[in-house]
Design a binder for this molecule. Structure first.
Ligand code: ADP
Ligand code: MG
Length: 262
């Protein structure tokens, strides 16, 4: 195109291909327990999706199918720029670019916040190289990530000396140190008090918005889902029973998600 306007040059059109797309993905545990009924769903950049549902609805299963921590028993997961996850090379490439945040943050208690963040970088080096100290640039990057979650001054504290909310923020720093293209968070505030929960969810949302990457967050608390989601995917007994904005969570929809005895 010859006649580009300055606006075209400054803001190229966003890539509208979904970042991740699931086609007929089903998950079965053991011989026959279907934890996720076949689903077709896609997740795009710059969108905070909350997977909402009661315990056992299939939130963690769907979330983990997105990077094959749980292997679908059938169907296809396709990642933009990588393609279908059908071999270990594709799965590894996708996992390297996926920031995971867990309920129990999975930090090593006796290591400092900085060491925990640096550990996430070790996987980017060969085994032999990873036995040596990481380059200074990695330390600087880890510190930048801790600064982004407001914990620069806690970098050298052991994780077991930090509060639950601070530990989860280290978990977020570790996830963003991966320079992720997507963030998956499984009940990231399940064990936090309300003030810390709001701080952690605000941080996750802001980081993903600033970096323009999709975040998929499983939650069982309706009020946080309403407050933080752009899109809500409601699950019940392994099926998606709602997919839409928070404003569409009517009493009828909530009964579909949580059942009549809510
Ligand atoms: P949620 O995250 O919404 O609580 P899960 O995805 O963890 O739900 O679980 C969905 C269903 O699958 C539940 O009935 C749960 O008991 C079952 N389930 C989860 N993980 C396993 C597993 N590894 N083996 C067998 N059943 C499982
Ligand atoms: Mg779960």
């Amino acid at each position: 195109m010859l006649n580009k306007t300055p606006t075209d040059v400054l803001s190229p059109p966003a890539d509208r291909t979904p970042f991740v797309e699931l086609e007929s993905v089903q998950v079965t545990y053991g011989k026959s327990f279907v934890a996720l009924q076949p689903v077709d769903i896609a997740f795009s950049d710059d969108q905070i999706t909350v997977l909402l549902g009661p315990s056992g609805a299939g939130k963690s299963t769907l979330l983990r199918a997105l990077n094959y921590l749980v292997r679908p028993s059938s169907g296809t997961v396709t990642i933009r720029d990588i393609g279908p996850l059908k071999n270990s090379k594709a799965i590894r490439a996708h996992r390297r670019r996926t920031g995971m945040v867990f309920q129990q943050h999975q930090l090593i208690a006796r290591l400092t916040a900085l060491q925990n963040v640096l550990l996430s970088r070790v996987g980017n080096y060969s085994f032999l190289r990873s036995l040596l100290p990481l380059p200074q640039s990695e330390r600087e990057w880890a510190l930048e990530c801790l600064d982004r979650v407001g914990l620069f001054d806690k970098a050298l504290e052991r994780c077991d000396a930090l509060s639950g909310g601070q530990q989860q923020r280290v978990g977020i720093a570790r996830a963003i140190a991966q320079r992720p293209h997507i963030v998956l968070a499984d009940e990231p505030v399940a064990s936090l008090d309300p003030a810390s929960s709001i701080r952690v969810l605000t941080l996750l949302r802001d980081v993903c918005r600033q970096d323009g990457i999709p975040a998929i967050i499983s939650l069982h608390q309706l009020e946080y889902a309403r407050q933080f989601a752009d899109r809500i995917v409601g699950l019940s007994h392994g099926s998606i029973v709602y997919d839409g904005p928070p404003a569409g969570l009517t009493e009828d929809v909530l009964t579909k998600i949580y059942g009549p005895s809510r």
